[in-house]
Design a protein around this ligand. Structure first.
Ligand SMILES: [Zn+2]
Length: 467
């Protein structure tokens, strides 16, 4: 009940927020921005003195100190002493935004909270504690027990001005969206908050956006962090980096739209875990900073999309399959055999081949019209969604609704695209390259398509009898 009520209030204010975002775009009110904090562990065991100048370089104002094994900056603080640490912070113009302390656990934070209080740090992140794998009323009861046990600790939190933010984590009492909702509904004090990690949630941007609307400003830390291909097994760097916003396939536009709607005031950390833990995500401090800034630029573009089109951004979906999208029924259909393919066409369309890149085929075509499937005539792409990517193949940043199915490529790395009618191979789709505002590139073999100039009749889509 409580959750529904809160949700109703949030959605009622959503349209008002959308309006305020439009006004912000007209510079009547300051636009919504994310408050960035630098997670020290992204740089492994780098010296605090070397890290502090990076804080401003990533557009952040604060640092989050991580202990071993992820980083060792918390231990460095002990070694240099509080006074020396404070001097360094002041000299760099950086705030201590957070202490991350999983090892101490939610019931072991008293002295850490007092240290945070002395250093003007308002947030400590830790994990929940209690039985795992529960659902429904059992989960609610277990979260209630946890909150009860937190009470004496929250008294210290209130005295020291600290918020204890519980991260949702795999294999933990606080893991599912429901567990977070109960935590926030049952919390006796707003010094108990959430550190929201999309990495540990289903990779569904709409689910994550809805959760943000429900949790509102009980979120103290937001990790701009997606699952990608995980962070447990050692992977090639390129695959490891798919955890970063703009690199992996999670669309952050609806997520940023939700944060803007709740006028999110907590910290945002652009985040990933390297394998093994404790090493920097790249081999130099400058490269780590550049990687974080790459993601920050992506989030910035999400943010401008939200400001320009708050309604569209809030409902936008990028599904791995055509999901909820309806097949367009504008095109005529006939039942019969597909168009015959020559050897080159069959190699690409039926056997997932790739034609050589270059200026041939439709790579440079700019005429108005429609691109249809070579094998079945289904409409695939509109000429107005085509752009020059200089990659040597025709590139589109959007498909005709329902025309294309996305599926993991056999190489385990890329996302293959096929015609949703005949399942003929088209090419691959890449997200997060920031080539257009839609941040999507359908890289399509010319040979998989046929171009029908505007004004000419589209042939009917061929549907197999058995289907
Ligand atoms: Zn087709």
């Amino acid at each position: 009940m409580e959750i529904n009520r809160r949700r109703a209030i949030v959605s009622a204010t959503a349209s008002a927020t959308a309006l305020s975002l439009q006004h912000a775009a007209l510079a009547e009110t300051p636009p919504f921005t994310l408050r960035y904090m630098l997670p020290s562990c992204m740089y492994g065991y780098t010296e605090i003195s070397e890290l502090l100048p990076e804080v401003n370089k990533i557009g952040a104002t604060a640092i989050d100190l991580w202990p071993m094994v992820h980083g060792n900056q918390r231990e460095q603080l002990d070694e240099m002493g509080e006074a020396a640490f404070e001097r360094k912070l002041r000299a760099a113009g950086v705030e201590l935004g957070c202490l991350t302390q999983y090892k101490l656990g939610p019931f072991g934070l008293q002295s850490e909270m007092r240290l945070a209080g002395r250093l003007g740090c308002r947030t400590i992140v830790t994990g929940g504690k209690g039985p795992r794998g529960l659902e429904g009323s059992e989960l609610k009861r277990a979260v209630g027990d946890f909150v009860e046990q937190m009470k004496p600790h929250l008294e210290v939190a209130e005295q020291t001005g600290v918020t204890i933010a519980i991260e949702n984590h795999a294999n933990n009492l606080i893991q599912s969206p429901d567990s977070m909702k109960w935590l926030m509904e049952l919390r006796p004090s707003d010094h108990l908050g959430v550190a929201l990690a999309p990495y540990h949630l289903p990779q569904d941007e709409q689910l994550i956006a809805d959760l943000i609307r429900t949790l509102g400003n009980s979120i103290a830390v937001f990790y701009a962090w997606q699952h990608g291909m995980g962070s447990v097994k050692k992977l090639p760097k390129e695959q490891e980096l798919l955890q970063m916003p703009g690199r992996g396939s999670l669309n952050f536009v609806p997520i940023i739209a939700a944060l803007a709607e709740i006028e999110y005031r907590g910290w945002t950390e652009i985040f990933m875990h390297p394998v093994p833990r404790g090493i920097p995500i790249h081999d130099s401090t400058a490269k780590v900073t550049a990687e974080i800034n790459r993601s920050r630029l992506y989030l910035q573009r999400c943010l401008s999309q939200v400001a320009n089109d708050p309604r569209g951004a809030a409902t936008e979906r990028t599904n791995l399959t055509t999901g909820g999208k309806k097949m367009s029924d504008e095109q005529e259909r006939v039942t019969g055999e597909y168009n015959e393919l020559n050897a080159n066409e069959a190699y690409v369309i039926l056997r997932q081949g790739t034609e050589p890149p270059g200026p041939g085929g439709y790579t440079l075509t700019k005429d108005p019209g429609t691109y249809i499937c070579r094998q079945c005539n289904a409409r695939l792409y509109r000429a107005e969604d085509k752009f020059e990517s200089h990659c040597g193949w025709p590139s589109f940043d959007d498909e005709i609704d329902g025309a294309v199915i996305r599926r993991p490529d056999a190489d385990g790395r890329r996302t293959e695209i096929v015609c949703s009618n005949c399942k003929g191979h088209l090419g691959h789709v890449f997200l997060g390259e920031q080539m257009t505002t839609k941040n999507t590139r359908h890289c399509v073999n010319s040979i998989s398509m046929k171009f029908i100039p505007k004004g000419k009749d589209l042939p009917a889509m061929i549907v197999k009898e058995s289907e």
